[in-house]
Design a protein around this ligand. Structure first.
Ligand code: ARG
Ligand code: ZN
Length: 423
C-alpha cells in the first residue's frame, strides 16, 4: 500500500510539475515559425521595401549596418513578407527558420553535478548558463562578503518594478587611480551582455593579487544589469523584449528604450516618440528610473571616470561617439586607435573579427545613447561594444558561446585598461 501511495504521489507530483511547465510556456510569447533573414541593403529599393514592411509591423530589423540588415519576420507574416520579397525580386538568406526552436534550445538546465558544485561555492553564478537576476545579485553579494578588502556592492537606485540596480566596485584604494565604469543589460534580450560583464568581475575578483598592474591600478565600477525588469521579463514572458517595463502614460504599450533616454541630444535621429516602438525615447530625457540612476551615479560619484564601456549584442562592433548623428568628436583618431587595438587583441585571443568605427558611421544615427552622454560628461574613452555573434544565432546565442565571447572580450578590456593608465 505504501509503495502504491508513493508511486501515486510521485506521479501526481510529476503531473503538477508537467502542468506547471506547460503553463509557464503558455504564458510566454511563442515565436514558433518566426524567422530571421539576412538581406543586403546596398540597393535603395530594398531599404524602401523593408521600411514599408516595418511600418506595417510585419517585420523588425535587428543587427545591421550600411550593407546588410537582419530582418526578423513575425510568425503570422512569413507568407506575406515572402511574397513581397519575391514580387520585388529581393534576395535573402534565411538564417533562422524557426526562432522558437532556437529559444527552446538556448539555455538548457544544468546537470546535478553542476548544481552541487554551485552550492559548495557559495553562489550560483556560472558562465555555462544564462542566469536569472537573483543568481547575478547573489554572486555580487558573495564577492563583496568574500573580498571585502577590495570589493563593495551598493544599490544605486531601483528599477521601475523595484529591483535593485547593483554596482560592484573593485579597487586597491590607491588615491591616484583612474576609474572605469562598465555596464551591461541596458537592452533586456541581449543576454550575453550581463554574462560577459559578470565574467570580467569574476576574473578580476578571484585573481586580483595576480592581476597585471594595469588592472590593479584602476577603480572598477560594474553595473551588470542596467535593466533588471526587462531582463527578468525576457526570462518569464517574452524572450525578445528590449526596453524597460515602465508603462507609457495613458497608453497600452510598456517600455522605454533606455539607450534612447540619456540626456545628450535627446530626441534626435533614430529614436521614436511612439511608446509602442521598440526604440521609444521616453517622454523626456532621463524619464526612466534606470537611466536616471546610472546618470546620477556617474555624475555624483567622486571617482575620476576615464572610460565608460557599455556592452550590448549583437554584430561584433566596437563603437565610439557620436551616435546621435554622423559626426565625430575631436579626439576620434585616438578613439579609433584604441578601438582597433582592442579589436586586434580580441582577434588574437578568440579569432572573432570586430568592426571599429563611430556608431553613427558604422551603424545608424541613434540619439539618446548612454555612450554619447558619457562622452558629453567628459569621459574620454566611451565605447559601445556589440558582442557576438554576427547573426547566426543573434540574440539567442547558445550557452556554449558564453565563455569564448567573454574571454576574448576580456582581452579587449585589458587593452583599454592599458590606455586608461597611460592617458
Ligand atoms: N545597437 C545600439 C542601439 O541601437 C547601438 C548604440 C550605439 N550608440 C548610440 N549612441 N547610437 O542602441
Ligand atoms: Zn543593445
Amino acid at each position: 500500500e505504501k509503495a502504491d501511495q508513493k508511486r501515486e504521489t510521485n506521479e501526481s507530483q510529476k503531473d503538477v510539475l508537467g502542468v506547471a511547465k506547460d503553463a509557464e510556456k503558455e504564458n510566454k510569447v511563442n515565436y514558433s515559425g518566426a524567422q530571421v533573414w539576412k538581406v543586403s541593403t546596398e540597393e535603395s529599393r530594398v531599404r524602401t521595401v523593408i521600411g514599408r514592411l516595418r511600418r506595417r509591423n510585419l517585420i523588425a530589423t535587428w543587427s545591421g549596418n550600411h550593407s546588410y540588415v537582419d530582418v526578423f519576420v513575425k510568425p503570422h507574416a512569413v507568407e506575406n513578407v515572402t511574397r513581397a520579397f519575391k514580387r520585388e525580386n529581393i534576395e535573402y538568406d534565411i538564417i533562422i527558420d524557426d526562432l522558437q526552436k532556437r529559444i527552446d534550445e538556448e539555455n538548457p538546465p544544468l546537470d546535478q553535478n553542476e548544481i552541487e558544485l554551485q552550492d559548495r561555492r557559495g553562489h550560483r553564478m556560472t558562465w555555462k548558463q544564462y542566469h536569472r537576476l537573483e543568481d547575478i545579485h547573489g554572486f555580487l553579494d558573495y564577492l563583496a562578503k568574500t573580498y571585502s578588502a577590495i570589493i563593495s556592492v551598493r544599490s544605486i537606485g531601483k528599477s521601475f518594478e523595484g529591483r535593485d540596480l547593483k554596482v560592484l566596485r573593485i579597487s586597491n584604494g590607491k588615491p591616484s587611480n583612474k576609474a572605469v565604469f562598465i555596464d551591461g543589460g541596458i537592452h533586456a534580450r541581449e543576454w550575453i551582455s550581463p554574462a560577459t560583464v559578470t565574467y570580467f568581475i569574476n576574473q578580476f575578483a578571484e585573481n586580483f593579487d595576480e592581476e597585471e598592474d594595469d588592472i590593479r591600478n584602476i577603480d572598477w565600477y560594474f553595473l551588470p544589469v542596467v535593466n533588471p525588469d526587462g531582463y527578468e521579463y525576457t526570462h518569464t514572458a517574452d524572450r525578445l523584449w528590449r526596453k524597460n517595463r515602465k508603462p507609457a502614460v495613458g497608453r497600452q504599450c510598456a517600455g522605454t528604450d533606455l539607450n534612447r533616454n540619456f540626456g545628450y541630444r535627446w530626441g534626435g535621429k533614430g529614436a521614436s516618440a511612439n511608446p509602442c516602438s521598440d526604440i521609444f525615447r521616453g517622454n523626456r530625457m532621463f524619464s526612466e528610473p534606470e537611466s536616471k540612476a546610472l546618470g546620477d551615479f556617474i555624475k555624483n560619484t567622486a571617482a575620476n571616470f576615464t572610460a565608460y564601456l557599455t556592452y550590448h549584442s549583437y554584430g561584433q562592433y566596437i563603437l565610439y561617439p557620436w551616435g546621435y548623428d554622423n559626426v565625430v568628436p575631436p579626439d576620434h583618431k585616438t578613439l579609433d586607435e584604441v578601438g582597433k587595438s582592442m579589436a586586434d587583441a580580441i582577434k588574437q585571443i578568440g579569432g572573432s573579427k570586430y568592426t571599429v568605427g563611430s556608431s553613427s558611421g558604422v551603424l545608424y544615427p541613434a540619439a539618446g545613447g548612454s555612450d554619447d552622454w558619457a562622452k558629453g560628461q567628459g569621459i574620454k574613452y566611451s565605447f559601445t561594444i556589440e558582442l557576438g555573434d554576427t547573426g547566426r544565432y543573434g540574440f539567442i546565442l547558445p550557452t556554449s558561446h558564453i565563455e569564448p565571447v567573454a574571454k576574448e572580450s576580456l582581452a579587449g578590456l585589458r587593452v583599454l585598461a592599458h590606455y586608461v593608465n597611460k592617458y
